[in-house]
Design a protein around this ligand. Structure first.
Ligand SMILES: *Cc1c(COP(=O)(O)O)cnc(C)c1O
Length: 382
C-alpha cells in the first residue's frame, strides 16, 4: 500500500538526466589510464562522435559549458567592450550573459510566431536601425528554442546581406534538423550544451562548433589559458580555463550512443500530449514548419491566457509534477531592462501563455497518462 502510494505520487521531473549504461565503460577506461584531466582520449572521442553525427565537416571543441562556448564564439568574432550584439530576447539568460561578460551591449529582438525564434523582419529592422544610429552589430545570436530551429534560411540571408556572423545557440536543439541538416551546423559558430537538463547530458558541459580546423585550434588555445607553444608558459593573450574534462567527456561518449533514440522518445512525448489534448480549445501546440524537425526537447503548450497557465502550473506542482512557465524574455529581466529592444509582443505573449510540460526521455506511459488526465480534469473532463 505504502509502496503503491509513493509510486503513484512520485515526483515527475521536467527534464531529468537519462543515463544509458554505456557511460560507465568510458569513465572506467579514463580511470584505468589515469586520464583525469581536461584533455585525453574521451575528449577527442566525444568531439569526433559529434562531428560524425553532425555530418557537415564541422570542427567541435568540447568545453565546460554552453555558456563558455558562446563566450568563446564572441571572443573569436572579436566582440569588445561597447560593441553591440543582437540576441533573441526569448531565451534562457545564458545566451545573453556572455555579451555582457565582454562589456558589450545586447540588442534584444523579438520572435516570430512560426518558430518562436528570432523574427527575420524585426532582425533586419534592428540591423538597419543600429547602423543608422552609428554602430553595426558585431554578431547575431539566434536560438533554437525548445528544440525548434529558427528560420535558418531567412536569418542566414540577412546575415550574409549585412555581413554579420551568426552564433547559433543549439543548447536545446541537439538532434533537431532543417531539411535533414542537423542543428549545430547553421551558424558561423554554433554551440551545444550538455547541462543536466538537456537532451543528452554530461552533468555539465558544452561544445563550440566551427567551420574550420583553424578556428577550432583557436578555440582550444583560448580555452586552455592561451598558453603559447613550448614549456615556458608564455602568455600573450587573455585566455580561459574552459576545456572539458576527460571524465565528463566519457559520459558524453556514452550519451552519444543513444541520442537518436532520445530524440524519438521526446518526440513521442510531444505526440502523446498533442493527440490527447489538442481537442481542448484553450490549448495550442507549436507545429513544425515544412522541412523542420524539432527534437522536442521540451513540449511547451500555449494556454488561452495567463490565468489558465498559472492555474495549471499550480495544479501540476500540487500533484508533484514539475512544470514551468515558458522562458521569461530577456527584456523583462531586471538585468537587461535598460538595453535597446525591437519588439512585436510575441515573446511576451509566449511567456504569459506558455507552459512547459515534463518531457524527459525516461518518462513512462503511466507518467504521461497521469499528466494528461490531470490537465483534462482541469478542463472538466473525467
Ligand atoms: C542551457 C542553455 C544554455 C547554456 O548552456 P550551459 O551548458 O548550461 O552553460 C544556453 N542557451 C540556452 C538556450 C540554453 O537552454
Amino acid at each position: 500500500m505504502a509502496i503503491n502510494e509513493s509510486k503513484l505520487n512520485s515526483r515527475i521531473w521536467l527534464s531529468p538526466p537519462h543515463m544509458s549504461g554505456y557511460e560507465q565503460e568510458f569513465i572506467e577506461e579514463a580511470f584505468k589510464l589515469n586520464w583525469i584531466a581536461p584533455l585525453g582520449p574521451n575528449v577527442n572521442g566525444f568531439e569526433n562522435d559529434i562531428e560524425v553525427y553532425l555530418n557537415q565537416n564541422r570542427h567541435v571543441t568540447a568545453l565546460s559549458s554552453g555558456t563558455a562556448a558562446i563566450h568563446l564564439a564572441l571572443h573569436i568574432i572579436g566582440v569588445k567592450a561597447k560593441d553591440e550584439v543582437i540576441c533573441q530576447t526569448k531565451t534562457f539568460v545564458a545566451s545573453v550573459n556572455p555579451v555582457k561578460y565582454l562589456g558589450a551591449t545586447p540588442i534584444l529582438v523579438d520572435s516570430e510566431k512560426e518558430t518562436w525564434n528570432i523574427c527575420p523582419k524585426l532582425l533586419e529592422q534592428a540591423i538597419i536601425d543600429r547602423i543608422n544610429k552609428g554602430k553595426k552589430p558585431k554578431a547575431i545570436i539566434a536560438i533554437n528554442l525548445y528544440g525548434m530551429p529558427y528560420n535558418t534560411m531567412q536569418i542566414e540571408t540577412i546575415s550574409k546581406k549585412y555581413n554579420i556572423p551568426i552564433i547559433e545557440d543549439s543548447a536545446e536543439a541537439f538532434g533537431s534538423e532543417v531539411y535533414g541538416r542537423k542543428c549545430g551546423t547553421f551558424g558561423d559558430f554554433s554551440i551545444l550544451s550538455f547541462n543536466g537538463n538537456k537532451i543528452i547530458t554530461t552533468s555539465g558541459g558544452g561544445a563550440l562548433i566551427t567551420s574550420s580546423k583553424k578556428l577550432k585550434e583557436k578555440a582550444v588555445f583560448l580555452a586552455t589559458q592561451a598558453k603559447e607553444d613550448g614549456n615556458e608558459y608564455i602568455h600573450k593573450t587573455l585566455g580561459y580555463n574552459y576545456r572539458m574534462s576527460n571524465i565528463i567527456a566519457g559520459i558524453g561518449r556514452g550519451q552519444m550512443r543513444v541520442l537518436d533514440n532520445y530524440v524519438s522518445l521526446r518526440r513521442r512525448n510531444y505526440k502523446y500530449y498533442q493527440q490527447n489534448l489538442c481537442h481542448i480549445k484553450a490549448i495550442t501546440f507549436l507545429n513544425e514548419p515544412k522541412g523542420f524537425t524539432s527534437n522536442r526537447w521540451l513540449t511547451c503548450i500555449l494556454l488561452d491566457n495567463e490565468n489558465t497557465r498559472n492555474n495549471l502550473l499550480k495544479l501540476l506542482n500540487d500533484h508533484n509534477i514539475e512544470a514551468r512557465p515558458s522562458w521569461k524574455p530577456m527584456h523583462l529581466q531586471p538585468l537587461y531592462k535598460n538595453v535597446p529592444t525591437y519588439l512585436n509582443g510575441v515573446s511576451e505573449e509566449l511567456y504569459k501563455k506558455g507552459l512547459c510540460l515534463p518531457s524527459g526521455s525516461n518518462l513512462t506511459k503511466n507518467d504521461l497518462k497521469r499528466i494528461v488526465n490531470l490537465i483534462k480534469s482541469y478542463f472538466g473532463e473525467a
